[in-house]
Design a protein around this ligand. Structure first.
Ligand code: GLC
Length: 755
């Protein structure tokens, strides 16, 4: 008997001993390794994993000795920090990783986060611009390149993609998303997650992605950032949630919650969002990081009385990691000991975070992202710039092109280039360009000089903003100084064609950049009119981070190009389109309003009970007295130097699907790309459906004179919708099917669909 007991004790002891080291065994499953590590962690160490700090000292300098910085440093040394953000560059990342791995009891590596929103040091176009390409492969490639460059700088987690749907160009962060449509937004969200995370997250060229901001941030009232969000279930389920759910299908490793309250409850403390929907209904296994300080901001919202209650609410509601509120590290241990927070929630949060670190391969090699050779070789490399240029060209949208003003002639045209933005090497980088070098973008002036040499005449015309601009400071607009108009006018008089680059400086859109006026900022419209007086043959190139109300330009300027903020290769991409070396193929991912008073304006609106009235001049219908209902440019709009025609639209039901086919012809002498768009309308349903919903698109290249047959299959996933209980339903009934090169479709037909 004693022998048997001794053997049992030996087995238990060795298995425990092995279990203790199991987390180091790469042959064990990740869940086993997580459990093994968690079983050895103290409550404080588990809470440490839930604590994220912004970079807090120049790691190459002496460690901080007093105050908040010293606290953070001590927490790092004692295993009470799980992640840091805004520490970048191999040297600095290695320095903090070394402390976490070599000086703490369990040596758990840090996960290093950064806003790789559209590139790291080499910037690709802002996400709203990339969305205008409708080119999912190119978007995925762009994210892949951003990941590789960021990973070479020690980053292993990006706070992207931002997947907030928005219909409100007053909100500065529309530049960061994919526009107004949940179908396009979902496809783009998946492409970006797949680009960042690749096929194997342990590959040192890939980084963990983060779906943000969960949820509803894009519906901030009056377009004011951080403002109240109050939306109904139909909008929540059918517009706001789908892109987030799509990122889970793409295996996104993390979520970030949002600053806003949703229907009275701040997202950070919203158990409906983070537990009922995300972790239960969607069965999400990754972790949720709070947005910066959003836990303690629940006190400001009036939802928590102090830091202690904010910590309690946040962790109970499913926020797993605390970005810069210091709430978890200060309050959670006592909340657990007081029985206000169950340790099982701490275990769950810590496990979710540890799982991502294991998947990144950080336990095999915590310094795998700290390779100085790769840092030198990858960052700013030609292949990353090439990808940035390729992406940039594809984002450009030709809004108008009368009298074949474009493309420009490479010979025999005297061209004047006007506008402060035309020589601006910073604004094309947008506002999320923290790691980019100053003045590192190719300007339009530089891009065009590759075609014109020094024959190109340039004049600034007028400043857009006053003084230096940066990520955190208000931009001050030049609303009075027209002293450089005269020089621009004299240059325009000498030219056959005037190219004017107007719009927003880089920091006029982005976080904290809401506007009530969407006209061309400052004196730019006056400049446009002054030039038009002496030379009306103008090509207007917009550099902007959001839709603008450019009514006068649309009425008077023959050619208008939407060139967004295209990143490091901006000027080269714009020049190649202006000179026809790249035939523009972009389509708008967001409606352009005629008037800011029309906002929210979007293509997938509801019909209402009074969409029109037969009696002329009777007022009792849904309209404005002083503006049209339609946008200046609709969702999906974009021209080409080629021309496309649509014919032979056919639809038929096959089982529970609808098969659609259409012939698209290129009737011009130029090859070109077209985004063939498929929309539906469910005419009668148990909740009202939009007059149009994008449910398919196909980006095709067509040779001159060629006709292509494009086919789509509408499945229940496309034909159904969420009811107000959140249940997905598909109903029989009459559907209209539309196809065309924009949401103002060319062909349509109907079908009686029987489920
Ligand atoms: C910011 C943004 C969020 C970003 C985070 C870290 O306030 O809202 O999108 O990822 O803080 O920089």
């Amino acid at each position: 008997m004693k022998k048997i007991l001794a053997v049992i004790i030996f087995i238990v002891f060795t298995s425990c001993k092995n279990d203790k080291n199991l987390f180091k065994d790469p042959s064990a499953s990740i869940d086993q390794r997580v459990e093994s590590l968690l079983s050895q962690m103290t409550l404080e160490e588990k809470i440490g994993q839930m604590n994220q700090y912004n970079g807090f000292w120049n790691v190459t300098g002496p460690s901080p000795k007093n105050g908040e910085q010293a606290d953070k440093y001590d927490h790092l040394k004692n295993g009470l920090v799980g992640s840091m953000l805004n520490v970048r560059g191999v040297k600095d990342v290695k320095a903090v990783q070394k402390i976490a791995v070599e000086e703490t009891r369990l040596g758990i590596p840090l996960i290093i986060g950064f806003d790789v929103i559209h590139g790291y040091e080499t910037l690709s176009p802002i996400p709203l611009a990339e969305s205008a390409s409708w080119d999912l492969e190119a978007i995925k490639k762009s994210a892949e390149m951003a990941a590789e460059e960021a990973a070479a700088a020690g980053i292993n987690w990006t706070f992207a993609p931002m997947v907030d749907i928005s219909r409100d160009a007053r909100w500065g962060r529309v530049m960061e998303g994919a526009g107004e449509d949940p179908f396009l937004g979902s496809k783009i969200a998946m492409a970006r997650v797949q680009g960042f995370q690749g096929e194997d997250l342990s590959d040192p060229r890939t980084i963990a992605a983060c779906a943000k901001h969960f949820a509803g941030y894009g519906f901030s009232e009056s377009g004011k950032d951080y403002n109240t969000v109050d939306v109904g279930t139909s909008t929540l389920y059918n517009i706001i949630f789908p892109p987030f759910e799509a990122t889970i299908k793409a295996d996104v490793k993390t979520f970030m919650n949002s600053f806003n309250e949703l229907n009275g409850i701040p997202a950070t403390g919203n158990a409906y969002l983070q537990r009922e929907i995300l972790k239960d209904k969607w069965n999400y296994k990754g972790f949720v990081v709070s947005d910066w300080g959003s836990i303690i901001e629940m006190k400001v919202h009036g939802f928590a009385k102090d830091l202690n209650q904010a910590a309690e609410i946040a962790v109970n509601a499913g926020s797993d990691m605390d970005m810069e509120s210091y709430a978890y590290v200060k309050e959670l241990a006592s909340l657990v000991k007081d029985g206000k927070v169950s340790e099982t929630l701490i275990d769950d949060a810590a496990k979710r975070i540890l799982r991502v670190k294991f998947e990144l391969g950080l336990f095999e090699d915590p310094y795998k992202y700290c390779d100085e050779t790769r840092e030198k070789e990858i960052i700013g490399s030609a292949k990353i710039h090439e990808a940035s240029l390729d992406m940039a060209k594809k984002c450009i949208v030709l809004l108008k092109n009368e009298n074949n003003t474009l493309p420009l002639k490479k010979e025999g045209q005297k061209i004047a280039l006007i506008g402060a933005l035309a020589s601006d090497k910073n604004s094309p980088l947008g506002s999320w360009r923290i790691a980019a070098k100053d003045n590192s973008a190719v300007s339009v002036l530089e891009g065009m000089q590759q075609y014109t040499g020094n024959k190109l005449m340039y004049a600034k015309g007028a400043d857009v903003s006053l003084g230096k601009t940066d990520f955190i400071t208000e931009v001050y607009i030049n609303n009075t100084d027209k002293s450089d108009f005269a020089e621009a006018i004299s240059v325009a008089k000498k030219a056959d064609v005037v190219v004017m680059v107007l719009g927003e400086v880089g920091y006029q859109s982005g976080e904290g950049r809401s506007s009530t006026n969407l006209d061309l900022p400052g004196v730019q419209e006056d400049l446009l009119k002054a030039i038009h007086k002496v030379n009306s043959n103008i090509v207007l190139v917009l550099n902007n981070g959001r839709p603008l109300t450019i009514n006068w330009a649309d009425n008077n300027i023959p050619a208008i190009v939407e060139a967004w903020q295209l990143g490091s290769q901006s000027g080269n991409a714009i020049a190649q389109v202006l000179y026809g070396d790249y035939n523009p193929s972009g389509k708008l991912p967001m409606s352009f309003p005629r008037n800011v008073g029309q906002i929210p304006i979007y293509y997938n609106y509801k019909n209402t009970g009074r969409p029109t009235l037969p009696e002329k001049d009777v007022v009792f219908w849904s309209h404005y007295q002083d503006e049209k209902n339609t946008p200046l440019y609709p969702f999906g709009h974009g021209l080409s130097y080629a021309n496309f025609s649509y014919k032979d639209l056919l639809v038929q039901q096959e089982n529970n699907t609808i098969k659609v086919s259409v012939n698209v012809s290129n009737t011009s002498k130029l090859k070109g790309k077209e985004v063939v768009q498929l929309y539906i309308q469910d005419l009668f349903a148990s909740i009202t459906r939009p007059v149009k919903e994008l449910k398919g698109f196909n980006l095709i290249e067509i040779q001159p004179g060629e006709t292509k047959k494009i086919e789509f299959t509408l499945t229940e996933k496309e034909l159904g919708f969420y009811d107000n209980s959140g249940k997905f339903i598909v109903e029989s009934g009459e559907f209209k099917i539309f196809v065309g090169g924009s949401s103002i479709t060319t062909l349509d037909t109907s079908i009686d669909f029987k489920i």
